[in-house]
Design a protein around this ligand. Sequence first.
Ligand SMILES: [Ca+2]
Ligand SMILES: [Ca+2]
Length: 245
Amino acid sequence: MFTKLLGVSVGLILSVAGVAPGADNMPTKFTIRIENITKPDAFTATTGVKWSLGFSPGVMVVHTDKGPIFSAEKEDRGQGLEAQSEDGDPGMLAKSLQGGKGIKSVAVFNTPVGASAPGPITPGAAYEVTISAMPGDRLSLTSMMGQSNDWFYAPVESGIPLFENGKPISGDITSQIILWDVGTEVNQEPGIGPDQGPRQKAPNTGEAENGVVRNAKDVKYGPAFSKVSSVMHVTIKPAQAPGAN
Ligand SMILES: [Ca+2]
Ligand SMILES: [Ca+2]
């Protein structure tokens, strides 16, 4: 019996032609941490009102497709990114991505580390999400800039490659996160706009923009907020070895 099993495993090793058994066939687990590094009342509006910045629940997507969520300079696809960006609600987006072409997994993150209920990450708080991926896979994530009309944080539309030369990436990936305007609601001054997340009378309230997805550095009020590394810290950590923990 034992000999027979050995025979089977030898056969498997030969069939992958010199590749170490296990190492390249097992998914790697990664933990991604999104931290709000702002301070309470860090911002002052032109009216003198002080305000704090929060980031909303979002989705974490592992994919092979080069643009599963949006295309820069194109109209929003109407698959839930609007509700994510205007109301901080990732539910519809997650649902529409699930099972799509080139999508390997979709995870909603909505509960801050140490919290017992879903909510935004306020100054000092963080989300942590664990995903599994194989070489060739990419990572996309979305979260609303909570004091905007329709701004979301995400990497470029093709996502972040999770492996480089077959090795899992590790460390600070904040520089790959961009603040985008989804182009569905006209911008008001961040922190005080009456139709923005914390102040609007109901979800999906505000003047329609009929625009395209643009880097926020190119839109009204955007340049002052497009330096993501001054408000957010995003890190990724692979498990020590494939299959470990
Ligand atoms: Ca807008
Ligand atoms: Ca609104």
